[in-house]
Design a binder for this molecule. Sequence first.
Ligand code: URP
Ligand code: ZN
Ligand code: ZN
Length: 463
Amino acid sequence: MPLLVKNGLVVNADSQRRADVFVEDETITRIEAAIDPAELPEGTEVIDATDRLVFPGFIDPHVHIHLPFMGTNAIDDHDSATRAALVGGTTTIIEMICPGPDDEPRTAFETWKGLAEDGANCDYSFHLSVVRFDALADRQIRELVAEHGVASFKIFLAYKGALDIADSNLIPLLELARELGVIVTAHCENAEAIDAMQRRLLAEGRTGPEWHEPSRPRSVEASGVNHLCTFAELTGAHVYIVHTSCEAALDQAIAARKRGVDVRVESVIPHLVLDDTCAERPGFEGAKYVMSPPLRDAREHEPLWRGIADRSISTIGTDHAPFNFGDQKTMGRDAFTAIPNGIPSIQERVDLVHTHGVDAGRIDLQTMVDACSTQAAKIFGLHPRKGVIAVGSDADLVIYDPSFEGTFDVADSLSKTDYSGYQGMRRKGRSETVILRGRTVVRAGRFVGEAGGGRYLPRTPSH
Ligand code: URP
Ligand code: ZN
Ligand code: ZN
């Protein structure tokens, strides 16, 4: 059914104006100051967006749903995580395919894609993580890029012996990425330094979740960023630092950019609104807040928000990595090193950015759209199909009520996790209506879409 979104303030990364948006089938076909509903085809649905913001569908460039990790598996499935995404205003996710060292890239791709095809309610694409790079991986990765539209890789410098890539493998992988025009996203923390620090702390009897941050301090992350950027400089590969948690790490990326390295920086919402005191909460509750890189001192928030405002940080993702408190986080009761790392945030991201960024006066609405949608689309080859309200783009629209007031509550969360890291925190704003390729999937903040309505987004390497 054709759809007219009338009287809203249409916000793109580079402009905002009062306009009506007309959608036919899956596509935006008109954007005009005023479109008269009387002249539209019979049956056109009209949504009144008076006093509402109209955003392009938000894109989360860093999501884990199927994640076999640290002796368990993340608790969401594609149905629960993508319902949560849509209710939170996110219409496209890019999930990390995270195989182990013995898994073949093609099998991993088929596994992750099969799960998403069965359950995803929003549109999706994948970053392919590479742990081991040999002749077989080289052949299969080339096929995945050429035939299946995989246009970004992921590497971990952290998680020794589990997900980390050896330097001897990193060089040829970056060379291949450069040859294919694929961008490489990277978790930058020095695995050996963390391993040594973890052993030392545990030997000293420092076993609680509050020791997670000291085991991987800011210097370890900054060193990881410098390491990755050095290798990018040597190979000419284009790289993207995921979940940058502190100014020291950001500075390394900015310094590399000044040397000519094509490096983009991502921040994720937990690092922008939570801090290391969360991991000190009594009764082992701190385990809920164990993620990597760790939550930092609250003094790191401002440099990160400034980086978003001045665009030295391109994107805000979530790093949604949902593990239950009751039976998963507690695996690390005797040693923080066994607490599955991750905080669920896929539903809360946009409202937290609106609350702590826009409403707090740290960023404006256009920067919010840029960081939460447009840049991800541009960097990862989805633009202008996604990430912008423009004629010819997919009709992914978020009609946002900026005056909504509330608090975050696990009872409202559609993720399967048994806790919310943002429980009781103030919330200003809500995705009231969400439209995915012309279909209304959220009304009055509730999921009303058809199950399995998401679509795979193959991409063309563009770097
Ligand atoms: O703590 C985190 N970030 N868990 C998910 C895996 C990763 O490092 O992204
Ligand atoms: Zn990571
Ligand atoms: Zn991650």
